[in-house]
Ligand binder design. Structure first.
Ligand code: FAQ
Length: 316
């Protein structure tokens, strides 16, 4: 009984710290479920950054100029870096990178649905930078104020880089949209294919989101899925207009009374199909990750052997 009261006291104090906007740090007491939720979200975020390198990496050898190639290479490398910051943040919660990657390979941990769509043309690289990084930033700007210190600090650094990514994507789209009729058609096609999957990145509607209420209470999430999605639509529609492309949704229109854009219904069946592993590229993405991990085994083995030898020398 006394122990249960202590646990309740700890929880009360923890929530008071969260409510007072204090950051929770790795060695602080935290409820087991808070730790579990963070490991789930941060690791899925990390996996998204790393798996997200695949659709863009697909175009590095085919970028249309040396300049485009250098920029894309730098962007894809940044995503690897984001994955590393995030795995490190997750490790402060008492898990290991090996465990997290294993959960991904077993299909237990998710990564963002968006990376299960193929990049079929060069315009898709523009659309990914502009829309996917654009959606990611909106989410990540809010996460800079998340309650867990290491996650919040990783986000600050990541957001700075994502904003360059978003601009490079938009610049590709601008060049194509102002180019030949064929280039403009390619940009329109990329927008049409990436629009709805980008809206799905924010997750299910608030009333269908099982984790949201508790994550908002713990201030892991600072804005709801629907709030962030609306911000994304409001920010992106004027950018589509500047490109001179057609809005990809016949129901998209400004709602004067709400002060926001209204938009059409998302195909949630497609969303759940993709997050359950049955999207257009799920198998390919996971197989590629597993192969890359296996191909790198010898590097890790060599590092361990070197470290063992160094320790042995120090001990002698
Ligand atoms: N895809 O109850 P909720 C990037 C799952 S970074 C797959 O609402 P929650 C940069 C969710 O996990 C993109 N699964 O969940 C880049 C849960 O399943 P679980 C990644 C999704 O966690 C650009 C279930 O549905 N960003 O793109 C998705 O409260 C270019 C119920 O959902 C982040 O991860 C989805 N879209 O809210 C890199 C941001 N949505 O785990 C390379 C951090 C939902 O219980 C190239 N994460 N699910 O089995 C978050 O903010 C949250 O986790 C949400 C979901 C908002 C994604």
């Amino acid at each position: 009984m006394a122990q249960r009261q202590t646990e309740q006291d700890l929880e009360r104090r923890f929530q008071a710290r969260v409510d007072a906007e204090e950051k929770i740090e790795p060695k602080d007491w935290m409820p087991a479920a808070y730790r579990k939720t963070l490991i789930r979200q941060i690791s899925q975020h990390a996996h998204s950054e790393v798996v997200g390198m695949q659709p863009e990496g697909n175009w590095i050898t085919r970028a249309p100029s040396l300049r485009r190639k250098a920029v894309l290479l730098a962007k894809v490398q940044d995503e690897a870096g984001h994955g590393l910051y995030l795995y490190s943040a997750a490790e402060t919660l008492g898990t290991t990178r090996e465990e997290l990657v294993e959960a991904l390979h077993r299909g237990k941990a998710k990564y963002s649905s968006i990376f299960n769509y193929p990049t079929l043309t060069w315009a898709d690289i523009g659309a990914v930078g502009w829309l996917v990084d654009g959606a990611a930033i909106i989410n990540q700007v809010a996460l800079q104020r998340t309650s867990y210190g290491p996650y919040a600090r990783a986000m600050i650094r990541i957001c700075k880089e994502e904003s360059f990514h978003q601009r490079q994507g938009y610049e590709i789209m601008l060049a194509l949209a102002k180019g030949s009729a064929q280039q403009k058609a390619m940009a329109q096609d990329a927008l049409n294919r990436f629009w709805w999957p980008s809206l799905m990145m924010f997750g299910p509607n608030d009333d269908e989101s099982p984790n949201s209420a508790q994550s908002m209470k713990w201030k892991i999430k600072r804005k709801s899925n629907d709030q962030l999605r609306q911000e994304f639509v409001d920010q992106t529609v004027p950018q589509i207009e500047v490109l001179g492309l057609e809005l990809p949704d016949p129901k998209l229109r400004w709602n004067e009374a709400r002060g926001h854009y209204d938009f059409g219904a998302i195909d949630w069946e497609e969303f759940y199909r993709v997050i359950k592993g049955n999207g257009p590229c799920n198998r390919q993405r996971l197989q590629h990750h597993i192969k890359a991990e296996r191909d790198g085994d010898w590097v890790r083995e060599a590092m361990r052997a070197y470290e063992d030898k160094r320790r042995g020398r120090e001990a002698a």
